[in-house]
Write a protein that binds this ligand. Structure first.
Ligand SMILES: [Zn+2]
Ligand SMILES: [Zn+2]
Length: 508
């Protein structure tokens, strides 16, 4: 033991002199190592893996990644390491190490016994949660304080919509600029990381949100607000557009005709879904008249304003197929009975029924894949989000499906992986701490048994996940999933550990 302690000190001393990258990251290596030694911080070395670090650099075989506490302390050739007595070694030989994955469109993290472990078991170490409410703000705090093991959470405000809305509580409805500004101030006071905007915002309310967000340096993102041209919303600062709503119309030769029709259609408070259904159908029809010149204008605008498209193919795929398609998905065993029932009830609201509708929706989904491929080639930033908690979109698991779809759309496996690591971190303003494998970054890592650059499906072959420096090996991940399954099959209120008064929040 004494010998090991001495060697650990030697190792930390070596790290202090070798850790030039730490200095670059603003950490003084010597102090850092001394602090680590004094605190008895664990040193973990992922040894021998090929590092695929989320940048466009080449993969680095036979690497070593040294972790101290919750940070990456050193990355370099395995051959350069001194003796490792006193460090925990994770065998990376023959494996690929990638940054922890981000799902940038999620719901339901406050299902504390189900969602956080499902994310981590699938290598998702960060999420952008798209609807803020009291329960998930509490969950975010527990994870941040280390009281609950889970992905780091970037959390939306309450959804801000117009006086007519598809959504019930806890959505925030604003009728004018004054109420819109108040909603933004409330969002800031609640510690929201961004403001989520929605379909039916009136024009003046939207403009007030953009202005108040600018004043408070709070980003805003969300759905296409139908009363605003998408490029005007992008110019005003909307950071992302979710689900591709409006993108088909904005890239169509029938754009002006369809927008005029929507402008002339009121939001009906008695049947709020009618407008949404019309817009969705016009989006579908718009794909039949895709116009490259119109599309180029739209893509150039999004790129210039830095607004991202968030296709959420995982959910879009589900709603393009007959409702019974997913009824026997093996992953349903991880969900409690109320969620399964909600999914079964809700999907028929969206899913096609007749053979003609099924063929139409199938073709529409293919058109969405093509549109995202064109957007990507035009330089528009693409996000990897799933919309999990919506029917048959599973926390963690479905991000792997989303990566498949991004590759099908035309992103290379490298760019798809970048979308959910480095690009996601940059989008969320966390480029300094997240998204790549480099000294000084947070130790969020996924060790894979196969090469994701050769086949993106390799992201499913997880050997080890590291979340904020904590190592979860395969046996631990399997145990976590077994615990999720057990919790899901306990009585509903106990399984969800969320106030039983609350309905399952869907949509959004
Ligand atoms: Zn959503
Ligand atoms: Zn949404």
């Amino acid at each position: 033991m004494v010998r090991v302690e001495a060697n650990r000190r030697d190792f930390l001393r070596w790290l202090a002199t070798a850790g030039a990258g730490l200095a670059a990251a603003g950490i003084v290596p010597a102090c850092f190592a001394q602090e680590a030694a004094a605190a008895g911080t664990d040193v973990v070395v992922v040894l021998g893996a090929t590092v695929v670090d989320g940048t466009d650099g080449p993969p680095r075989p036979h690497s070593a990644v040294v972790l101290t506490g919750d940070r990456i302390a050193w990355v370099g050739p395995a051959a350069d390491l001194p003796p490792l007595d006193g460090a925990r070694v994770v065998d990376g030989r023959g494996r690929h190490l990638v940054p922890g994955l981000w799902d940038t469109h999620t719901h339901g993290i406050d299902y504390e016994q189900l969602w956080p472990p499902m994310f981590l078991a699938n290598g998702v170490t960060g999420i952008r949660e798209m609807q803020g409410y009291a329960e998930n703000r509490v969950t975010r705090g527990k994870i941040a304080r280390g009281e609950l093991l889970g992905p780091r959470v970037v959390l939306a405000s309450s959804i801000v919509d117009g006086p007519v809305s598809l959504l019930g509580p806890p959505v925030t409805r604003v009728a004018n600029a004054e109420e819109a500004r108040a909603a933004v101030r409330t969002a800031a006071a609640q510690g929201s990381d961004f403001v989520k905007v929605y379909f039916y915002l009136p024009r003046d309310a939207f403009a007030a949100i953009a202005d108040e967000c600018r004043r408070l340096a709070l980003p805003f993102a969300g759905h296409w607000p139908y009363r605003i041209r998408q490029l005007d919303a992008a110019r005003a600062g909307q950071r992302s557009f979710e689900h591709l709503f409006g993108s088909p119309i904005a890239t169509s030769g029938r754009r002006d005709e369809f927008l005029a029709r929507l402008d002339a259609t009121p939001f009906d408070p008695k049947a709020p879904r009618d407008f949404f259904n019309l817009a969705r159908e016009l989006d579908r029809q718009a794909t039949l008249a895709y116009d490259p010149a119109t599309a180029d204008h739209y893509f150039a605008g999004l790129k210039a304003f830095g607004s991202r498209l968030s296709p959420t193919f995982a959910v879009n795929r589900v709603i393009s197929r007959p409702a019974e398609t997913y009824a026997h998905d093996p992953r349903l065993k991880y969900l409690s009975a109320d969620i399964r029932a909600y999914w079964a009830d809700r999907l028929p609201l969206f899913a096609p029924g007749t053979p003609e509708q099924i063929a139409q929706q199938d073709a529409y989904f293919d058109a969405q894949l093509r549109l995202v491929g064109e957007a990507h080639r035009a330089g528009v930033g693409i996000l990897g989000g799933t919309d999990c908690q919506n029917p048959y979109v599973f926390p963690g698991f479905s991000l792997h499906d989303e990566l498949d779809f991004l590759v099908e759309a035309g992103l290379s496996p490298r760019r798809a992986l970048r979308a959910v690591t480095r690009d996601a971190a940059a989008f969320l303003g966390r480029a300094d701490t997240d998204g790549t494998i480099a000294a000084g970054k947070v130790a969020d890592l996924v060790l894979l048994d196969a090469d994701p650059l050769a086949d993106i499906r390799a992201v499913r072959r997880i050997d080890t996940v590291v979340t904020a420096g904590r190592v979860l090996d395969r046996a631990t991940l399997d145990r976590m999933l077994a615990d999720v399954e057990a919790a899901a099959n306990r009585p509903v209120a106990a399984a969800n550990a969320r106030s039983p008064r609350l309905p399952v929040h869907g949509c959004c």
